[in-house]
Ligand binder design. Structure first.
Ligand code: NAD
Length: 282
């Protein structure tokens, strides 16, 4: 059976582990936090049961999916994997340390993939001695539902690593879109300035948050307005990505909206804090 290790059992990591296991992979889910591992497994169980109830997967597949996932608090457990997908906190220091440790632990043929939204693949690769086998594998949230995986080729990523990664994405029932290593890749470089512009509209009194979202939903056929989406992603995450675009591409063009900075400073982070452009009760 093919083996994958997923490092980080949070929002993205548990979704990635779920999808691999559902497609027959032997999964080791690794996190430094016991609570994150327990929470990740509970989320996977809930999501798998929901898929079974909807008739998307059989009872047997639902049982098999959960049974294929083992957990560990040690990176050592990644040793036997043919690919490791890193989905730890979006903090360069944490990711650099994880990549250095994985590089030491895993055989040279193991692909080290990162789910990072904004950290350069070239920088991650510099913390290993296998830059040819380091790649971006940017799953979208919620992972079990979203079809896209942005596959990000670093300057030294080998053709073989790109080919293997694309094949894995397809075997997971998802679609790989290949992009080069550049700030925000493609999805966030296009999405975040739209969200930022929507925030400028509210900030400048052009329209209310509700009106901006209605315009984009009804006029552009977006399933969710940009401000409701910002609340879902987390305003702190949106701000961090705007800063990556600003630092890496153009200071003026990608200037974060002042209202975005103010809301983050006040702890109004969207759904996760209970208040963003909208109020959330739970
Ligand atoms: P999260 O905060 O929900 O989970 C991160 C997990 O990493 C936590 O459980 C934490 O305990 C664990 N962790 C931290 N340091 C670790 C270490 N040294 N070893 C092992 N585990 C460690 O974060 P998330 O939203 O799942 O994001 C994870 C990654 O996915 C980030 O790079 C983020 O940019 C990217 N991403 C997030 C989204 C999203 O919508 N949330 C979408 C696409 C990509």
């Amino acid at each position: 059976m093919s083996k994958v290790a997923v490092v980080g059992a949070g929002t993205m990591g548990n979704g990635i582990a779920h999808v691999f296991a559902q497609h027959g992979w032997d999964v080791t889910l690794i996190d430094i936090s016991e609570a994150a591992l327990a929470g990740g497994l509970a989320t996977i169980r809930k999501n798998v049961e929901r898929l079974e109830k909807k008739g998307v997967i059989s009872h047997q597949l639902s049982v098999d999916t959960v049974s294929r996932i083992k957990t560990s608090k040690s990176l050592e457990a990644a040793k036997g994997a043919e690919i490791v997908v890193e989905a730890t906190t979006e903090n360069p220091k944490i990711k650099f340390e994880v990549f250095t440790a994985l590089d030491r632990l895993c055989p040279p043929s193991t692909v080290l993939a990162s789910n990072t939204s904004s950290i350069s693949i070239a920088e991650l690769a510099k913390h290993t001695d296998r830059s040819g086998n380091v790649i971006g594998m940017h799953f979208m949230n919620p992972v079990p539902v979203m079809k896209l995986v942005e596959v990000i080729r670093g300057p030294e990523t080998s053709n073989d690593t790109v080919k293997r990664t694309v094949e894995i994405v397809q075997a997971l029932g998802k679609t790989a879109v290949e992009v080069n290593d550049s700030p925000g890749f493609v999805s966030n470089r296009v999405l975040m300035p739209m969200i930022n512009e929507a925030i400028f509209c509210v900030d400048e009194g052009v329209a209310t948050a509700e009106a901006v979202d209605q315009a984009m939903k009804l006029g552009m056929n977006h399933p969710l307005g940009p401000l409701a989406l910002a609340d879902l992603i987390g305003l702190d995450v949106c701000l961090a990505i705007m800063k990556v675009l600003q630092d890496g591409l153009d200071v003026q063009k990608y200037r974060p909206a002042p209202l975005l900075e103010q809301m983050v400073a006040k702890g109004q982070l969207g759904r996760k804090s209970g208040q963003g452009f909208y109020a959330y009760r739970d």
